[in-house]
Design a protein around this ligand. Structure first.
Ligand SMILES: Cc1cc2nc3c(=O)[nH]c(=O)nc-3n(C[C@H](O)[C@H](O)[C@H](O)COP(=O)(O)OP(=O)(O)OC[C@H]3O[C@@H](n4cnc5c(N)ncnc54)[C@H](O)[C@@H]3O)c2cc1C
Length: 512
């Protein structure tokens, strides 16, 4: 298992640290004394302080980072990067930072797209990618124990070649991201309709708390009635409640058979209805993705239809039954054959050239929200019309990427060529929201307005502000409106588990 982190788009060197991005929360950065660095070296075999390591730890794949890189600006910079190679080292580093009140920000693949791993208050960045590899496979019960820093592609390669098993979690960022990152962000893979989201796959976690205590949140059993599920407490916690060091996941025999077929619907709403009916009849084809007309034409060169991709992998008996349900519920659509699905499979793990788009003067991103079936048509049309109303927008589109019996995820893509009006500070400052940063360029102002356009349409229609990318820094300002008094519960949890507030300060809307 040898995968390494892929640097985010846009080259930077340490000189960009003199031109940092101004985040609302980054004012009181810590300056660590040399004595702290030597105490850290005393408990962790690898501690880096060179510029290259600090620059790498200070950014992720948030597309705004690529905009900043093009301006020679570095979002954040930790003072030290600790690279523990064992759970004992993670525990000792955390305990030391806790005693000395030093911010500690975990990062792994740094493929997050919301700024979640940026060390907002500097301090120590904790690179957990040395905690990698499969430590146990229970072939009978089909579970696998894996180090949190294991890259996704490595996990699948090893599981398939040595054990004929798959976890079935296949995000587009398979080669860029780690198992711990999937858990910390509550991610979703492209085959989620059959295998579930990551929170459906995890059975237990090993977590190091802020004071260094090691907690195991589950055992070798499928379900339990021993109070609230502690595993789920850390799912989606984005490094703010503890450091995940090891994960137990459900696995499945590598499927014996596959099917691939595409349909063309006259409009997006009738395609959504067909997806709803398929799921509500209990059929769960691994991939069920519906593209609007704009994306159908752009991705598959089909004009005037909304393309639905259906791909499945399972026991042949299950496969046949699922295909029959899909065929019956898609009766009104035209049959497009397997080619669009084959084409999608060829490109599904490609990494977009964000730096190239930024160099061409474009600001781009994707926004994944989710809602109930009844809410999705309004969410779709309101978000797109709000996006198209943002000055500078040159492209706005969406597809349905993950479906459930009670609703689905809508995945919006926007691109803009913002005009420099010189008026940035009031852009996107939505009432009741506390922005994590104040736009100070046309690019940032456009970005914030575009992101708000989709997010507020989701909130108005009772949806969630994120389906699988998480909150990080970018979405922290929406959390109050989304969770209401629930945010106080989350704050209380944070206060109990991390009373000194050292773990990834400023993320998830947990403002100090
Ligand atoms: C091209 C591209 C495609 C993508 N496609 C998908 C997709 O299909 N589905 C999807 O869900 N996401 C996708 N993402 C987003 C990203 O890959 C995921 O959020 C991923 O789960 C992040 O994992 P990571 O290892 O890179 O975490 P990082 O980016 O390093 O960290 C993300 C957050 O998790 C925390 N964290 C990381 N490891 C740990 C740990 N061991 N313990 C505690 N906290 C931790 C960090 O503190 C941070 O808050 C995509 C990103 C890109 C760039």
């Amino acid at each position: 298992m040898t995968a390494k982190r892929t640097p985010p788009p846009g080259a930077l060197d340490a000189s960009s640290a003199v031109n940092p991005v101004r985040f609302a929360l980054s004012r009181s950065s810590h300056t660590l004394p040399e004595a702290f660095a030597s105490r850290l070296r005393g408990v962790c075999g690898t501690v880096l302080h060179d510029d290259a390591a600090r620059v790498e730890a200070g950014r992720d794949w948030w597309p705004l980072s690529a905009v900043w890189a093009s301006q020679g600006r570095q979002p954040c910079l930790p003072q030290l990067v600790a690279v523990p190679s064992s759970i004992q080292e993670v525990s000792a580093v955390s305990a030391l930072c806790n005693r000395e009140r030093v911010p500690l920000t975990v990062f792994a693949g740094a493929s997050g797209v919301c700024g979640a791993s940026l060390p907002l208050r500097s301090g120590v960045s904790l690179d957990v990618t040395a905690l990698h590899g499969i430590s146990d496979v229970d072939a009978k019960s089909r579970t696998v124990q894996v180090g949190a820093g294991t890259f996704g592609q490595d996990l699948e390669n090893e599981l398939r070649s040595s054990h004929d098993l798959t976890v079935g979690h296949w995000p587009q960022s398979m080669a860029l991201s780690t198992v711990g990152g999937w858990v910390a962000c509550r991610g979703a893979g492209q085959f989620s309709t059959r295998y579930g989201k990551i929170e459906d796959m995890v059975t237990a976690l090993e977590v190091v708390l802020a004071d260094g205590t090691v907690v195991d949140t589950g055992g070798a059993y499928p379900k339990s009635a021993t109070g609230p599920d502690l595993t789920q407490v850390f799912l989606g916690s984005e490094g703010t409640l503890g450091v995940i060091t090891s994960v137990r996941l459900r696995a499945h025999k590598v499927p014996a058979a596959t099917t691939r077929f595409a349909y063309g619907f006259k409009d997006f709403d009738s395609g959504l209805e067909a997806c709803r009916r398929v799921l509500q009849r209990g059929a769960t084809p691994a991939v069920l993705r519906l593209y609007d007309r704009t994306e159908s034409e752009r991705n598959f060169a089909f004009a005037g239809v909304c393309v639905l991709l259906v791909a499945d992998e399972a026991d042949p008996v299950m496969l046949e039954a699922t295909q029959r349900v899909v065929d019956e519920e898609c009766g009104e659509a035209s049959q497009l054959g397997p080619d669009p699905v084959e084409q999608w499979f060829k490109h599904r793990n490609e990494i977009p050239d964000i730096a190239g788009l930024v160099a061409a003067g474009l600001v781009v991103d994707t926004v994944e929200v989710a809602g109930s079936w009844g809410a999705l048509p309004a969410m779709y049309s309101e978000a797109l019309s709000a996006l198209r109303g943002v000055e500078g927008t040159v492209a706005a589109s969406a597809h349905q990427s993950h479906a459930y019996s009670d609703g689905a995820c809508l995945y919006f893509t926007f691109a803009g060529r913002p005009a420099d009006t010189g008026r940035y500070s009031d852009a996107g400052q939505t009432a009741g929201m506390s922005p994590s940063w104040t736009p100070d360029s046309a690019a940032e102002a456009f970005y914030k307005e575009a992101f708000d356009a989709v997010t507020l349409a989701a909130l108005r229609n009772g949806g969630t502000v994120s389906h699988h990318h998480g909150i990080g820094l970018n979405r922290a300002g929406y959390m109050k409106q989304h969770l209401g008094a629930g945010l106080d519960v989350l704050r209380a949890l944070k206060g109990a588990l991390d009373p000194n507030g050292i773990l990834n300060p400023g993320k998830l809307g947990l403002l100090p």
